[in-house]
Design a protein around this ligand. Structure first.
Ligand code: EPS
Length: 392
């Protein structure tokens, strides 16, 4: 079983391409379902003018026929509408001798990939770096994640997210969380379940915008219906918690990932951390956040993801102009004040990709029907171990 995905595309280039390999044959998929996820990613108060230009929609290029996957690599394309305004800046052809490209970036932004990128890749114009370091790339990830969500659905899994903190305002959200989670969080302009925190967050986004500043925050991602035993304790790179952390940390601007209690577990006694096992093998609590020993426990998977403020500031920080070597103000160009609500949607996609891979490792086959049989066999094996009368 080979499961892998990759993306290509620059922020203001022609478009984005996503290739996802390893999805079994016979999974019903529709462009509408993928586009619905892309639309969720475009939302959130605090986004910039770019989102008014784009209207992200996929075109299937490969791997799907008559509404079902073929088992071959799935390729999707999303055109960048804004490319129209950037054709000369992004043109692949060489410039005429002596000609200068518009919109060169030589004053790297602290916090962005600009400086390390131009040094490592030996470029003069940081646009060669930032066009790919842009979070625009996450469109393609969300496309792949949306296919994975469709794969997980028939096995009873559902992944949602909500903003728990933004701009220093912490939400007091209801426990248990509403079901379906995304129906409630998507109804909020900042994907937050606490209306009074939402008002304060919006006020802080407005204030940050007026000050030329940006804001970060924390999102909680929750996966329900995850079976026990995905991932493995036997080798470091098979541990599901490590794989989730890697996938979530790879989202642009993410600086921290916690599962369950996360860092708080280190401050408590063991008796106040571990989840007692009850008859029927239920857990009294879920402080572990759904994994033990690198394997899923059968409890909801709960990850918290921290995003730093976006590094393009309209009131820029100090930097050095790489052309002159002298002090300068960092380049500023159109950007978002915050993208934390959108990051939640991206984090859902990354969790879906990790869970899909882990499901395919354990139950995979060439066809969805084969995977379904394997899954049913495992469920029967688990039920047989439970004490009589206990819920499976
Ligand atoms: C981004 C800057 C902004 C964001 C962009 C990420 O784009 P632009 O420079 O075109 O205004 O809108 O995010 C997206 C385009 C997107 O689809 O999420 C950056 O510098 O990372």
């Amino acid at each position: 079983m080979t499961f892998r995905f990759t993306t290509a595309g620059e922020s203001h280039g022609r478009g984005l391409v996503a290739i996802l390999e390893g999805i079994p044959a016979g999974l019903p998929v529709t462009a509408e379902r993928i586009n619905a996820e892309l639309k969720r990613r475009m939302g959130g108060y605090g986004r910039g003018a770019r989102m008014k230009i784009e209207s992200d929609q996929i075109e299937w290029l490969a791997g799907v026929r008559a509404g079902e996957t073929l088992g071959s690599p799935i390729a999707m394309l999303v055109w960048n509408r804004d490319w129209e305004h950037w054709q000369d800046v992004m043109a692949p052809e060489a410039d005429a001798p002596g000609a200068e490209r518009r919109r060169q970036v030589t004053r790297p932004r602290p916090g962005h990939a600009d400086l390390a990128g131009v040094l490592k890749y030996d470029r003069q114009d940081a646009r060669d770096i930032l066009e790919r370091a842009s979070a625009r790339e996450t469109v393609a990830r969300v496309g792949c994640g949306a296919v994975c969500k469709l794969l997980l659905e028939p096995f009873g899994m559902e992944i949602g997210s909500h903003v728990v903190e933004l701009g220093g305002v912490a939400a007091k959200y209801p426990m248990p969380l509403p079901k379906p989670l995304n129906e409630a969080s998507d109804a909020s302009a900042v994907r937050c379940l606490d209306p009074s925190a939402e008002r304060e967050i919006i006020a802080r986004i407005d204030a940050a915008k007026a000050a030329g500043d940006t804001l970060g925050g924390v999102v909680e991602v929750v996966a329900l219906g995850v079976p026990v035993g995905l991932g493995s304790h036997v080798s470091w790179d098979r541990k599901l918690d490590g794989r989730l952390a890697r996938a979530l940390m790879s989202i642009p601007a993410v600086k921290g990932v916690e599962l369950g209690l996360g860092f708080d577990a280190a401050r408590r006694k063991g008796s106040d951390v571990h989840d007692e096992i009850l008859p029927g093998l239920e857990r009294a609590t879920n402080r572990a956040g759904g994994t033990e020993g690198g394997m899923t426990t059968g409890e909801p998977l709960v990850a918290r993801v921290a995003m730093k403020p976006i590094s393009t500031l309209m009131a820029p920080l100090r930097t050095v102009d790489l052309k002159t070597g002298g002090p300068a103000q960092a380049q500023s160009e159109r950007s978002d004040v915050t993208a934390v609500p959108a990051m939640g949607v991206i984090a859902e996609a990354m969790v879906a990709l990790v869970l899909a891979e882990a499901m395919l490792e354990k139950f995979g086959g060439d066809a969805l029907s084969e995977m379904t049989r394997n899954f049913a066999g495992y469920q029967a094996q688990l039920s047989a171990r439970l004490p009589k009368g206990a819920a499976s």
